[in-house]
Design a binder for this molecule. Structure first.
Ligand code: ADP
Ligand code: MG
Length: 325
């Protein structure tokens, strides 16, 4: 390994890593040594972010680092897992110390906010890409799957939907940075993965997914995996005040909210008898849990407007949805 790579690891990643009980050995040897508690199962996921593909090339190093770990934590959240550790494979076109300092600071901030230490990785010279692998723990056989939804289950989402999609639109259109747009951009660049919500739902929800590709597309994954259909009320889908203001000026963007991704909220199903437990769960969270629809027999996703009219999702204005499913 060239000295510069050793220096990068040592200066920016090894020194910022923190100790945790399941980490026998972290960064510095040929591999990390990790333990998993006897009554738990390991939940593992990996995601790559490529500059110009998964984030605009001008995104700041701090936002890239945050998002790279956040999207992976969101996968752990969707499984109901408790974060345990992560590894980082970083490809850099050049050694840019300002970039690395901002990247590693922000990575350390989200890593400690979610109690997930960095235990190893790889550093190479190539076009900018960030691959993060996360691992978490769940009580044995308690992971939340996409496949458990049953007719009669009620459908909920955490937080608000569509902020990130509107933020991306504002960025691409170079709109003036009003307070609303600053909020939407923050939601795009600094998603708050619903890790605590996921863990609290393991004994309550029948199925769960994180909304990364768009609410309709991701709910459709639950429907396919569970062999069921769903009826959604469009006007029940929760929107932030900023999104509502934005949409009042640009109502043509409404389909964008449901068909574009990057929300990193949870969409989950709960049997009618378990719904009574959700109030207590919500009180302990820093986000709302909103009822948006119901699982039904069949395999279709039907979306109703306020007047009870079924929306035609194959309509031109829903073309992104058509592309995705
Ligand atoms: P090897 O040549 O044996 O693969 P490396 O030089 O790639 O070793 O890595 C040396 C140590 O530094 C290992 O513990 C590895 O996990 C860690 N490491 C390398 N790159 C990173 C990184 N970007 N973030 C965190 N740890 C890293
Ligand atoms: Mg290596």
């Amino acid at each position: 390994m060239p000295d510069s790579e050793f220096e990068i690891i040592n200066r920016y990643f090894a020194r910022k890593a923190f100790a945790s009980k399941n980490i026998i050995l972290g960064i510095g040897d040929d591999a990390a040594v990790l333990s998993t508690p006897a009554d738990k199962q390991l939940v593992v996921s990996i995601d790559t972010l490529i500059s110009g593909v998964h984030f605009p090339a001008q995104t700041s190093a701090a936002d890239v680092a945050w998002k790279a770990l956040a999207v992976n934590l969101s996968d752990l959240a969707a499984m109901g897992a408790e974060p345990a550790w992560f590894t980082l494979a970083l490809s850099l076109p050049e050694v840019d110390h300002d970039w690395l300092a901002a990247f590693s600071e922000s990575l350390a901030a989200i890593s400690s906010a979610y109690h997930i230490p960095l235990v190893g990785g790889d550093t190479t010279r190539a076009a900018l890409s960030i691959t993060i692998q996360v691992a978490g723990h769940v009580q044995s056989d308690r992971a939340l799957l996409r496949s458990g939804a049953k007719p009669g289950d009620q459908i909920f989402v955490s937080g608000n939907i569509g902020d990130a999609a509107l933020g991306l639109y504002a960025l691409q259109q170079e709109l003036e940075r009003t307070d609303d747009i600053i909020y939407l951009l923050e939601r795009l660049n600094r998603p708050q993965p619903r890790v605590e919500a996921g863990q609290r739902l393991t004994d309550i929800a029948s199925a769960c997914i994180d909304v990364s590709d768009g609410l309709f597309a991701d709910l459709s994954h639950i429907l396919r995996a569970s062999g069921v259909g769903a009826r959604l009320r469009l006007d029940h889908i929760p929107l932030s005040e900023a999104a509502k203001h934005f949409l009042s000026e640009k109502p043509q963007l409404l389909p964008t909210i449901y068909n574009r991704g990057d929300d990193y909220e949870l969409c989950f199903c709960v049997s009618k008898e378990n719904c009574a437990q959700l109030d207590a769960v919500e009180k302990r969270l820093d986000c709302r849990l909103t009822h948006i629809g119901e699982i039904v027999a069949g395999h279709e996703l039907q979306v109703f407007d306020r007047e009870g009219k079924v929306l035609d999702l194959s309509d031109d204005s829903y073309d992104h949805f058509a592309e995705k499913v």
